[in-house]
Design a protein around this ligand. Sequence first.
Ligand code: PAF
Length: 284
Amino acid sequence: MIVAESAAEVRAQIRAWKQAGLSVGLVPTMGYLHEGHASLVEKSRSLCDRTVVSVFVNPTQFGPGEDLESYPRDFAHDCALLEERGCDMVFHPDASALYPPDFATYVEICSDMPKQLCGKTRPTHFRGVCTVVTKLFNIVTPNMAFFGQKDAQQLAIIRRMVRDLSMNVEIVACPIVREADGLARSSRNSYLNAQERAAATVLSRSVAVGRDMAARGERDARALVAAMKTVIETEPLARIDYVDAVDGVTMQPVDVVRDGVLVAMAVHIGKTRLIDNFIVGEGV
Ligand code: PAF
């Protein structure tokens, strides 16, 4: 497995692969990898000849007071996991390599799509995501890029950015990977102490209730969201940021629960903010 620190090294290798007629898949990550990331690598390997994984804690997607400094990092562990899962190249740039001191160009969706859901409390988050993902696409020039459905709003926004800016990359969505007790895999789960870890299952329990109501024909989005909130409110360590039902493509709030509607939540468990979601009409 190649470990590249500079864009120049990545470009040289990609050129060689493309000259040999090989397709390239990109899995963008912020490291501290887990089975969710491993599933993206596996999907990329099944569809592309070569798989590149970027490991970069992107400062521009963290707001003031968020966990940029404390975000978990373990590059040696990441490399071991990636090597074992058959990744061909890891791109691990330094922040100064992607963001020179006078960096001033951002990519932003200028509608209220990034202001819904997580954007309500993280107003600059998706601008940072779109900017770094654009940079990674420009450096790696992948044929396909792989994103987890857990970050459903991020996925929808990246699809929109790719369409709006005519980017030549196919976006592939991969299902949420869960722990045995239902908790969605996330690098931030490592922040939870034992009591919080037990409490965190309230997100997936709430998702299960919402999914079940939708499957049994509940069409009133307000009733569905209220029932899901009631589940979360039974957990004393949980504080709801939002539970919302939105159109799965535009992220606009909906009144009627139909197939394709995204029901998403962000919940604080202690100091840790976790997200989860389901899409109406799609399997677990
Ligand atoms: O989903 C993530 O881990 C990040 O938002 C991403 C896509 C790697 C951009 O930094």
